[in-house]
Design a protein around this ligand. Structure first.
Ligand SMILES: Cc1ncc(COP(=O)(O)O)c(C=O)c1O
Length: 928
């Protein structure tokens, strides 16, 4: 039996608010084994900031330049106008600064420090002083290089981890006034948020006060707006009043003479910066410097594409629902770290969570250093220990450079990058850290001449007591992080009500933009990986003898094992070709239940559809682990009654969709295959969900527990003579299908049909890039960590619903959770379309789109013209692959549970329009 991988205490997780985005592109995460971590740490001289990225599993050391881009930023990359002068992208950036900040003049720079350089050089002479609350890490070395002095403008509150002051970036006004009065400051630079302290914000009031002072003494004021959206959002949540986020941003911007930023923080770029101002004489100063140090004033050291990405990122950073989600996510992290015994720096900003290293509950850290030489900060010791134990990098952040005495360990959370499960993994690893003891603390070996934070350490003895590989997290996190995301949001209830009414209560007729979480289908909805995208870009488009075709065929043969393959534009096309090639008029086709398009093509080819699935498949309550299996007794009887020659083939669907994503077993399929081989009846798999089925065989059929997913797939496929596949599911692509057979004569027939209906037999009517994406997807689907996290996410949603008493099809399948609409709405007769009604109501309740799988999908009997009726009356909630996170699953679960409480109020539907075939796609209904 399947075991749900959940532990009771975590089942009601706190993520009832979902992200304001879904995942569009993922990148694989690699775990780093202990031995490799240990040697990498030694090579990095025990300073985690010296570790190469590929030696780090999860990287929480910085929020700079490592965010997941939005899909619009990704497309902005593609509209780079790489002109030397007057690039269209520059004008897009300039317009964005006018719209967002109200600044007329914009000077692009290669990064934030490029902007800082021009500002310091342009506005100060050697020997003069800049006063700042902010970014000393980049400002101080620049000031040193230019012969300038730096005055810190941080208040004592900033160094008090328990002070509740909401705006710890606010400078001490009296100090600033004294400095200005004494003529000892010539430029004021204020950071809108302080990343080193977790993103502490600067208040609008403090900025206004400083601006008034600076004006009085005729000293220019520059605002570092790299995290201005964060600061403005925290201001919004701390005050009452009618300002919108963009209005507040504008008010901050209005108070400074010069605004500058790094695109690598709130604007989620990987490079790029800018200076913006309304003062023409300042602009002229920067413009004459930018050409010397950065690039021409209309590109300033950025590629055209990067300016476009920055322009887009600045607009995307106004997404308030993302900032709200991030706030909650960081609060969740902080709460759990506090529970694990760490003192958390308060209040939280929007960069991450800082822990007080001085009070961290780790044995050994409190021991005095053994040599006279000063030891490394505790945060450096802690970060080294944590990396060694978990492979996760945090950032040691002693605040001496800021003029304080705090020693913080920064958990900086990259934007739109890691999922909750990965955050949970971090939390559990930090709690687990207490099991270790630092045996010998780090000593400073030599300071780095370029960057003080890159100091090398040595350890005069063993660093930690023995390592035990005993960390068992509650969940296995997804084996990928988010590379590109796509915004999605919940529309207001009234708009959802209108949308579903206008869609005739058919979720197929809703517009995607009206949906928050789209569980209509797992078909073509997967997030592709960076590797798939890279291969797509690499491949040459060619209709003849395409290299993509060779790659595709090679992976098909390796993963699926048949001799001949054809690509098709999608699954139903493969079904079309195969049905036409194999079925003669009046022949039976045996199936394990049915899939709509499969059955349609069998019948159109003259076949007589027969369902011989085992009886448990029709019972949503039966916990049988392999409800997808054909019933061998029924098959034998059928053959005995009709004769084997009357049967065109037996079609075995893996992870039977219409039965609730229920798998077939290896043992059961072997039995069916043996019967068919004996009678010379071909077996054709619908292997659309073969990887999920293989995972369920591995976890439910003990004989295969030690087999790899790839081995199970090959073993299963070897029981058949061919397959059709909709590659839009397990193969992780957005378009594509596969037809595979062993028999060369059958292949010839299919290839000829392919040329007629699809395209050349080596392209199947697909672009070469789509063949390439399928080739990579075939490999990715067999990776154990991936398929496990995929199926476990489905099981998680299932378990939450089941625990709340919602009637769901049992046991959980591989790709979807099916609600039993008959049991959910027992007061509605099937003629009132209970599943159709439930799907529509769920959309209205929570913006979640599911699909009817019941009497509407079953269609009408062509002979009698009556509804075919359907034993199962289900709503399918299908989870797209690598797209949604656990917090999205919680939103879905909460919505269904709420609806279940209110179920009695739901009335049935009347069908008011019915198309002649596949009616579920376009039928329309009205409320009774
Ligand atoms: C089991 C099964 N077979 C075949 C198909 C048809 O494939 P496609 O939609 O790619 O034409 C699907 C699609 O939903 C499916 O789930």
């Amino acid at each position: 039996m399947p075991s749900t991988p959940l532990d009771e205490s975590r089942r009601t997780t706190p993520h009832s608010v979902g992200e304001s985005f879904r995942i569009k592109m993922v990148q694989t995460l690699q775990k780093v084994p202990y031995d490799v971590r240990a040697s990498a740490l030694r090579e990095a001289a025990y300073n985690v900031l010296r570790l190469p990225r590929e030696r780090v599993y999860l990287d929480f050391a910085s929020t700079r330049g490592n965010a997941g881009m939005t899909d619009r930023q990704l497309s902005a990359l593609m509209i780079g106008d790489e002109a030397y002068a007057g690039s269209a992208n520059f004008y897009a950036l300039e317009q964005t600064c006018r719209d967002l900040f109200g600044k007329q003049f914009t000077v692009p720079t290669h990064q934030g420090r490029g902007a800082e350089h021009l500002i310091l050089r342009g506005l100060l002479r050697p020997g003069q002083t800049v006063a700042t609350n902010g970014n000393v890490l980049t400002l101080r070395p620049l000031a040193d290089a230019l012969g300038l002095r730096v005055e810190s403008l941080l208040s004592s509150d900033a160094f008090d981890p328990s002070s509740k002051h909401a705006f710890k970036a606010d400078p001490p006004l009296a100090k600033l006034k004294a400095l200005l009065e004494g003529g000892r400051v010539h430029l004021v630079v204020l950071g809108a948020s302080l990343p080193m302290l977790g993103g502490q914000p600067l208040s609008l009031e403090a900025l206004a006060d400083c601006a008034a002072l600076a004006r009085r003494y005729r000293v220019p004021l520059a605002l570092d707006a790299s995290m201005l959206a964060s600061a403005a959002y925290l201001t919004l949540t701390n005050r009452r009043g009618g300002d919108t986020l963009s209005a507040l941003i504008r008010r901050y911007a209005d108070l400074c003479d010069v605004l500058y930023l790094s695109g690598r923080e709130d604007a989620t770029c990987h490079t790029g910066g800018l200076i913006a101002t309304n003062h023409e004489e300042l602009y002229v100063t920067f413009r004459s410097l930018v050409v010397v140090y950065e690039g021409l004033h209309t590109y300033g050291g950025q590629a055209g594409r990067d300016m476009q990405v920055l322009a887009q990122g600045l607009r995307d950073m106004l997404d308030e629902s993302y900032l709200a989600f991030r706030t909650r996510k960081l609060a969740y992290l902080a709460r759990h770290l506090a529970e694990a015994g760490y003192q958390v720096y308060q209040p939280l900003g929007l960069s991450g969570v800082c822990l007080d290293a001085a009070t961290a509950p780790i044995p050994g850290l409190t021991e005095p250093a053994r040599s006279d030489e000063p030891g490394a900060a505790r945060s450096a010791n802690l970060a080294a220990l944590f990396y060694l134990v978990s492979g996760i990098r945090l950032r040691p952040t002693p605040t001496a450079a800021l003029g304080g005495r705090l020693d913080l360990l920064g958990v900086f959370v990259p934007r739109r990058c890691y999922t909750e499960r990965q955050i949970d993994y971090l939390i559990e690893s930090l709690a687990h850290l207490r099991k270790y003891r630092i045996a010998t603390t780090l000593q400073i070996r030599d300071r780095d001449p370029v960057a003080p934070e890159l100091t090398r350490y040595r350890v005069d003895g063993p660093f930690i007591t023995e390592y035990h590989d005993d960390f068992r997290p509650t969940y296995t996190p997804e084996p990928y992080f988010m590379k590109v995301v796509e915004p999605c949001r919940l529309k207001p209830a009234a708009e959802r009500a209108t949308a579903i009414r206008e869609a005739g209560y058919n979720t197929f007729l809703l517009r995607s933009e009206d949906i928050y979480i789209d569980l209509l289908t797992d078909s073509g909805t997967a997030a592709m990986s960076n590797k798939q995208w890279a291969t797509m870009l690499e491949i040459r488009e060619s209709e003849l003898g395409s290299e993509a075709s060779s790659l595709f065929l090679e992976r098909c043969r390796e993963v699926l094992g048949y001799r001949h393959f054809l690509p098709t534009h999608q699954g139903r096309a493969a079904e079309h070709l195969l049905s036409q090639a194999m079925i003669s008029q009046g022949q039976y086709v045996i199936n394990n239940m049915y899939f709509t398009t499969t059955r349609e093509h069998q019948e159109r080819a003259g076949g007589v559809f027969v369902d011989l699935i085992r009886d448990e498949a029709h019972d949503p309550r039966s916990p049988h682990p392999f409800k997808g299996d054909l019933d061998p007794g029924k098959l034998t009887d059928f053959i005995a009654k009709h004769g084997p020659q009357t049967i065109a083939y037996v079609c075995v669907e893996t992870n039977v969709n219409m039965a609730g994503g229920q798998p077939v077993s290896m043992a059961g399929t072997k039995e069916i295959s043996a019967i068919c081989r004996y009678h010379r009846i071909p077996v054709i798999f619908d292997a659309t969900r073969i990887a999920e089925n293989a995972f369920l065989i591995k976890t439910r059929e003990p004989a295969y527990a030690d087999w790899t997913i790839g081995e199970i797939i090959r073993e299963l496929m070897a029981l058949g003579d061919g397959c059709t596949i909709s590659a839009k599911k397990d193969v992780l692509v957005n378009i594509g299908g596969i037809l595979g057979v062993n028999d060369p004569a059958l292949f010839e027939k299919c290839a000829a049909l392919c040329a007629t209906f699809e395209g050349t037999p080596w392209s199947g009517g697909l672009a070469s890039r789509d063949l390439a994406a399928m080739a990579v997807g075939l490999d990715e689907m067999t990776e154990y960590d991936y398929i496990r996290s995929r199926v476990e996410q489905v099981q998680y949603l299932w378990a939450r619903l089941k625990d709340a008493g919602v009637p769901v099809v049992e046991p959980p399948g591989g790709h979807a959770v099916f609600l039993d609409a008959r049991a959910f709405l027992p007061h509605l007769p099937q003629e009132e379309f209970p599943a159709q009604r439930l799907a529509a109501a769920l959309y209205e309740m929570s913006g979640v789109r599911g699909m009817e799988r019941g009497i509407v999908s079953a269609g009408r009997d062509p002979a009698t013209g009556r509804h075919r009726g359907s034993k199962l009356e289900l709503v399918r909630l299908t989870i797209p692959r690598r797209v949604y996170t656990y917090s999205h699953m919680d939103v879905v679960a909460d919505g269904v549970i709420e609806l279940f409480r209110k179920r009695e109020a739901l009335k049935g539907l009347r069908m008011v329009y019915e198309p002649p075939m596949l009616r579920f796609f376009t039928a329309r209904f009205e409320l009774l």
